[in-house]
Design a protein. Structure first.
Lengths: 243, 144
């Protein structure tokens, strides 16, 4: 027991093997949850259908505008002789479980080391940034969500380009800290990843600005509450950026 | 109920716990109830083994450092089993307190990692109450 206390939380060979064994034993039971029928009412389905149609129309319009922007961007990049931006290699994964504990916020996905996953890969979906991979076994991986206070990402306010650090809060929200006290923050201004640190690529949406305030303790910088771009409670499929 | 069955039940409940959505930020925790049941039913060594296994499973299905909950549950099982000789497990408040104590031990383990805040203490109180309430039917079903 004394040895366990000393080595607790350390990625020793014994702890890694024990974790791998525990995951292998429990994952089949986590997947059993797929067979629990989730019956939705006809009204819920009709509402969902209506919302999806509206979202589809909006996305079509945005896609047309986006095509124009891409063409313009390409022309400008060619004029400036920018190096072509590298495309990401990605893999899709299904969410098979959530965090069994009340104290951390993470997901379990059905892709692992066999699919090329390893710790510190970024995870996202169409709405925005979700988190990063922290632990991997052969057939599954654990994704630490951005809403966990221990997951931090360097970020930018998209309009003003003011930098800061985004991290989770105790109430499962997001906040951006270390923003310059002189920065002007607009309501609903998007916050994107800054691409620093080598884990999260640049330009991925994290959330939108809700309310900023001067740090009450030091008064040296502003703290900004964010509305997350992703609904972390309803994640079913995610995309992992392999490189 | 024998040890093997309790261990199998722990596996199933750990898996189920990872699939349940959180309600108002609180997830139902079944494993503290299993820890309490083991501690008040088996001999101390077996109870600690069950609690340690339950903690390992919870840690494997969580983003926390592996082993923290295992250690916390093992200590809780040791304490509950030690007190078990002077407690009447058939009284409803005994399983309630034992389940709450196991949940508090798990929470204190997490506090070592995430730190202690007022919100975290409030959350631990809620978790302990829910764990205690879950423990009572677990005892009734397991003893039947």
């Amino acid at each position: 027991m004394a040895g366990w206390i000393i080595l607790i939380g350390q990625p020793t060979a014994v702890a890694l093997k024990l974790r791998r064994l525990s995951v292998q034993l429990t994952t089949p039971f986590v997947k059993l949850g797929d067979y629990i029928p989730l019956v939705k009412s006809r009204r819920d389905l009709a509402n969902q259908n209506r919302e999806l149609r509206a979202a589809n129309d909006l996305l079509r319009q945005q896609l047309r505008a986006f095509d124009e922007n891409v063409a313009e961007n390409l022309r400008l990049n060619q004029k400036l002789a920018f190096k072509e931006r590298q495309q990401f290699r990605t893999i899709g994964a299904r969410v098979i479980g959530r965090d069994a504990s009340n104290w951390y916020r993470s997901l379990q996905i059905d892709r692992g080391a066999n699919d090329g996953l390893h710790p510190d890969l970024a995870v996202l979906n169409a709405d925005g940034l979700i988190g990063k991979i922290t632990a991997v076994t052969a057939g599954e991986a654990r994704v630490l969500l951005l809403t966990d206070p221990s997951c931090k990402v360097s970020a930018l306010l998209q309009g003003s380009r003011e930098p800061g650090i985004v991290a989770g809060t105790a109430t499962a929200g997001l906040q951006m800290t270390y923003i310059s006290r002189t920065a002007i923050i607009h309501l609903n201004e998007p916050v994107i990843s800054a691409g620093l640190g080598g884990v999260f690529p640049k330009g991925i949406l994290i959330g939108t600005a809700v309310k900023g305030r001067l740090d009450p303790q030091t008064g040296l910088y502003q703290t900004l509450e964010l509305k997350p771009a992703v609904d972390y409670r309803r994640l079913e499929e995610v995309v992992v950026i392999l490189e | 109920m024998n040890l093997l069955f309790v261990l199998l039940l722990t596996l199933v409940l750990a898996g189920l716990q990872a699939r349940l959505p959180a309600i108002a930020g609180l997830r139902l925790e079944f494993l503290p109830a299993l820890v309490a049941y083991s501690a008040l039913t088996f001999k101390q060594g077996r109870a600690i083994l069950c609690a340690f296994a339950a903690g390992c499973l919870q840690d494997a299905l969580s983003a926390g450092p592996f082993g923290v909950t295992a250690l916390a549950y093992a200590i809780a099982a040791w304490v509950i089993a030690s007190l078990g000789t002077v407690l009447d497990r058939d009284l409803p408040f005994v399983p309630f307190l034992a389940g709450s104590l196991a949940a508090i031990a798990g929470g204190l383990g997490a506090f070592c990692i995430i730190g202690v805040t007022g919100a975290a203490v409030l959350k631990l109180t809620g978790i302990a109450l829910i764990a205690g309430l879950i423990t009572i039917p677990v005892f009734l079903v397991a003893d039947a």
